[in-house]
Structures are given as C-alpha cells and as structure tokens.
Design a protein around this ligand. Sequence first.
Ligand SMILES: *[C@@H]1O[C@H](CO)[C@@H](O)[C@H](O)[C@H]1NC(C)=O
Ligand SMILES: *[C@@H]1O[C@H](CO)[C@@H](O)[C@H](O)[C@H]1NC(C)=O
Ligand SMILES: *[C@@H]1O[C@H](CO)[C@@H](O)[C@H](O)[C@H]1NC(C)=O
Ligand SMILES: *[C@@H]1O[C@H](CO)[C@@H](O)[C@H](O)[C@H]1NC(C)=O
Ligand SMILES: *[C@@H]1O[C@H](CO)[C@@H](O)[C@H](O)[C@H]1NC(C)=O
Ligand SMILES: *[C@@H]1O[C@H](CO)[C@@H](O)[C@H](O)[C@H]1NC(C)=O
Length: 246
Amino acid sequence: MLTFLLAVLTLSLFVTARSLARPTSFVLIGDSTTNNNTVPNSGGWGNGFCNSLVPGTPCINTAHDGATTGSFVASGLFNISLAAIQGEVSRGRRTLVTIQFGHNDQKIAPPESMGANMTAMVEQIRAISGEPVLVTSLTRRTFFSNGTINDALGPWADETILVAQEQDTHLLDLHAASIKYVEAIGPDAAHRLNRLPDDNTHLNANGTIVFGRMVANLMAESFPHQLPIIPNPELSFNISHGIASF
Ligand SMILES: *[C@@H]1O[C@H](CO)[C@@H](O)[C@H](O)[C@H]1NC(C)=O
Ligand SMILES: *[C@@H]1O[C@H](CO)[C@@H](O)[C@H](O)[C@H]1NC(C)=O
Ligand SMILES: *[C@@H]1O[C@H](CO)[C@@H](O)[C@H](O)[C@H]1NC(C)=O
Ligand SMILES: *[C@@H]1O[C@H](CO)[C@@H](O)[C@H](O)[C@H]1NC(C)=O
Ligand SMILES: *[C@@H]1O[C@H](CO)[C@@H](O)[C@H](O)[C@H]1NC(C)=O
Ligand SMILES: *[C@@H]1O[C@H](CO)[C@@H](O)[C@H](O)[C@H]1NC(C)=O
C-alpha cells in the first residue's frame, strides 16, 4: 500500500513538474481594453497580465485600440498576430492566444457578426498550432444609482461564450468576474482604476494591475498547474473578496 502511494505521489510530482516545465508563450488579441499603449503602462489589462508571468515568458500584446473583429483582420493586424504565434510555435512553445472583443463590435453589428469572425480566428489560430483562449469583454465601470453595473456588453459576452462552447476552446469569463468585482468595491473605488476620471472603459496603471491579475487568475483556474504564472495571494484575496486594492 505504502509503495503504491509513493508511486502515485512520485508520478504526480513528475507530471506536475513536466507540465510546469513546458515552455509557454502568450499572444494577446483584442481591442484597447487588452492593449498596452494608450498611455505608458495603461489602457487595457494586457500589461498587468504579462507582468503576472514568470519573467522571460514571452507575452506578445497585439491588441489594438478601436479594433473590431472585422477591422482587426482587414487592417492586417490579425496577420501580425498569426506571425507572432507562428514564431512562438516554431520555437517549440505551447502558445496560448487570448481573443477578447466586443467593445467596438457592439457599435457596428449584432453579436453574431462578431461571433462568426471570432470563429474564423479560432480556426486559423488552430491551423498553425496555437491554442485559442476566448475572453469575454472587461466590463465598463458605468453604474446605475442603485450600485449595479449598467451593462451593455452582455450579449457580446454571451456570444463569446457560445463560440467557446461551439469551438470547444478554453473560456475566461472576464465580463462576469469584472462586474462582480466592481459592484463589490463600488463606484468610487472602481473609478479610481479609470485611465482618466470620466473614462469608464480604459484603465490606469493600478487598473491594469488589478484586472491583469484577474485574467491571470482566470487563466490559472482554466489551466491548473500548467502555466508560468507568479501567484499574488494578497491581490488575489482582495479580488476574490471584493476588496479595493487602490
Ligand atoms: C507596456 O508598455 C510599456 C511602455 O508604454 C513598456 O515599458 C512595457 O514593457 C509594455 N509591456 C508589455 C507587456 O508589453
Ligand atoms: C466581421 O467581418 C466581416 C468581414 O469578414 C465584416 O464585414 C464585419 O463587419 C465584421 N463584424 C464585426 C462586428 O467586426
Ligand atoms: C493576411 O495574410 C493572408 C495570407 O497571406 C493574405 O491572403 C491576406 O491578404 C492578408 N491580409 C491583409 C489584410 O493583409
Ligand atoms: C438597479 O437599477 C437598474 C436601472 O434602473 C435596474 O434595471 C435594476 O434592476 C436595479 N437592480 C437592483 C438590484 O435593484
Ligand atoms: C489589498 O487591499 C488592502 C485594503 O485596501 C490594501 O491595503 C492592500 O494593499 C491590498 N493588497 C494588494 C496586494 O493589492
Ligand atoms: C495607484 O495607487 C497608488 C496607491 O494607492 C496611488 O498612490 C497612485 O496615485 C495610484 N495611481 C493612479 C494612476 O491612480
């Protein structure tokens, strides 16, 4: 019995060590709520997410301000993302590719249009051996007077979830997690994470730390014990308990 337990323990340690050792890269695709250059170190959650990784982990943020799924492809940005993915895969790395849209797609077409374009992205990423990870839109920090979020992005989040189910990809429900958190910390604390006081969409440096960690935590939950993510127990505690960090 003891020998058996030791064998199981050894095997599980081996499996854990092996999966942890597998070199992993990240390529981020999306709009300004993922991007990292609105002003230095702010804009979207991408920079905070990349900074949550073990140093040296490639994390290539190809997201772009104002992008819809359609404009991202038509302007050649998606080809730049594909080239980045191909580069990482060719170095023998497991390459996880986040895709988050909705904020701008919402302004031009019904959710199904974004969904069809997202599905095509998933197929093309898989065709070059990248692993797509769909992410629902970061919430805007626009509140009703009763303290709940005035959510216009719900149907685009639902569409993202549907594509993830249809295509059997990993899914990070950032939309739900971010609504839950900002409703818990309330409007004043939520707005302290704004890039500018009246900009409820983009993040300042503190906002990118908080929501970057939220994405890192959702990612770690979705791929348990596999990813080079540095834990931040204190910030993760604040996020999971609805406590304002800043
Ligand atoms: C984000 O942008 C800043 C400059 O604005 C740069 O120093 C930093 O390395 C970028 N982070 C990532 C993860 O690309
Ligand atoms: C999806 O892509 C098509 C082109 O293939 C484009 O006409 C449409 O506007 C895109 N939809 C969105 C929401 O960007
Ligand atoms: C992206 O690359 C494909 C394949 O090389 C090409 O057919 C397409 O025209 C490119 N798209 C843009 C917008 O340049
Ligand atoms: C808060 O207010 C909004 C807008 O009036 C309303 O739609 C929503 O149901 C309210 N929520 C709660 C929990 O009272
Ligand atoms: C967690 O929240 C507390 C209370 O606001 C704050 O003092 C602390 O700095 C936060 N920790 C982190 C790591 O953000
Ligand atoms: C981030 O939070 C720190 C600590 O609360 C504060 O000193 C700083 O001004 C904040 N930065 C921004 C851009 O709000």
